[in-house]
Design a protein around this ligand. Structure first.
Ligand SMILES: Cc1ncc(COP(=O)(O)O)c(C=O)c1O
Length: 367
């Protein structure tokens, strides 16, 4: 019998969320974002579930792409940060990867390399995120160099939006305009269609102007909302990760007694406290405050005291018939990871992505 903390990944939910993304923009193609082990959901299994539905996948780096190839995935894979040095270029081409080019250094490495088969390049333009990308005023010049290179087949022009998840649209509108303006001369002069890519999940859901040739949904595939505000379309998403464990002890404490490290919570009344076998060693955030919701037998109760490495405590005083072995849901379909994240001063993205290996992962609805 192992520790009861486990995550259950519903692959049918991921397929349904992807269909929703595609129904919103039926004229676009989909690059499913499955970096960081598919945001903690298991990149190989998620890719296998999505492969019939999407045109391609994207990951951060070559190592992540090779995991997909080792697992038999054959669709093209985009490396979102491109190659980290020239030695990766050959491995990337041998493995049918497409490359983001975001800097002059990467451009030079690509142009100076010797390849047998040219590859597809996604030229990333920095329109306002200011992390990666060439400057809008460099686009025409760099595009021309890429287009003239025997190492390059197709070029997609892309940008990444910094604030599409907010209803305050000023920054997103500015980024879209910068993108549209700087690529205009290329589109006008091109003798074939130039493909474009702008939308992440938030943009796809809320910014119709960003739904162009290729969309790049990530978090919405896993059923979490990219928005800080409540947006109706995001309510249709189905959370794909259920995180659960079990009660392993019950104690009855007097009013005025404290619970857990640091004695940060004191019982205001005689209380029944359930000890659940899950802690920050299992990916439950240590920063979760007293009051964070937990579901016990489907009922909402509250975390009390500090989260420790292997255990949390919840106040079950108001529940009838609580027993050792009962299930505790930490987040999932019935309790959003986004809500739990808000009690821990973080976002749902971080909670699902950083699940450690010691938590058992179970896949359901696998074809
Ligand atoms: C370039 C790029 N496109 C798309 C995405 C997907 O974003 P989201 O998970 O918000 O949909 C990411 C994620 O960080 C990204 O870096």
């Amino acid at each position: 019998m192992s520790r009861p903390a486990k995550i259950i990944i519903d692959l049918a939910a991921i397929q349904a969320n992807c269909r929703l993304a595609q129904a919103i923009a039926p004229d676009s193609k989909t690059v499913a974002v499955i970096k960081a082990d598919a945001y903690g959901h298991g990149a190989a299994e998620v890719a296998q579930a999505l492969e019939p539905q999407v045109e391609m996948f994207t990951v951060s780096c070559l190592e992540e792409a090779l995991v997909l190839r080792e697992n038999g995935l054959s669709k093209p894979i985009l490396l979102l940060e491109g190659c980290f040095d020239e030695t990766e270029l050959k491995i990337a081409t041998d493995n049918q990867c497409e490359l983001v080019v975001h800097s002059s250094l990467q451009l030079e490495q690509l142009l100076n390399a010797t390849f047998e088969t040219p590859l597809n390049v996604w030229l990333k333009i920095d329109t306002g995120m200011h992390r990666l990308g060439i400057l809008p005023q460099e686009v025409e010049f760099i595009y021309a160099k890429l287009a003239a290179s025997a190492n390059v087949k197709n070029i997609v022009l892309m940008t990444h939006l910094a604030h599409a998840y907010s209803v305050d649209g000023a920054h997103t509108t500015m980024q879209i305009s910068r993108f549209e303006n700087c690529i205009q001369p290329i589109i006008v002069n091109a003798n074939q269609k130039v493909e474009l890519s702008m939308a992440n999940s938030a943009a796809l859901l809320a910014w119709p102007r960003t739904r162009v040739d290729w969309n790049r949904p990530g978090i919405m595939l896993y059923g979490l909302s990219p928005f800080t505000d409540s947006i109706n379309v995001a309510k249709k998403l189905i959370p794909a990760m259920d995180f659960e464990s079990q009660i392993i002890a019950l104690r009855y404490i007097a009013s005025g007694e404290s619970v857990g490290y640091g004695c940060t919570w004191t019982a205001p009344r005689p209380s029944t406290i359930a000890t659940v076998a899950v802690g920050y060693g299992d990916g439950y955030p240590r920063s979760a405050k007293s009051g964070t919701p937990v579901l016990i037998n489907g009922h909402r109760v509250r975390l009390v005291g500090r989260v420790s490495m292997d255990l949390i405590s919840v106040d079950v005083t108001d529940l009838l018939n609580v027993e050792i072995g009962d299930t505790a849901i930490l987040w999932g379909k019935a309790l959003s990871a986004d809500e739990v994240a808000s009690w821990a001063d973080t976002i749902g993205y971080e909670l699902v992505t950083r699940m450690p290996k010691r938590v058992t992962r179970v896949f359901v609805n696998q074809a």
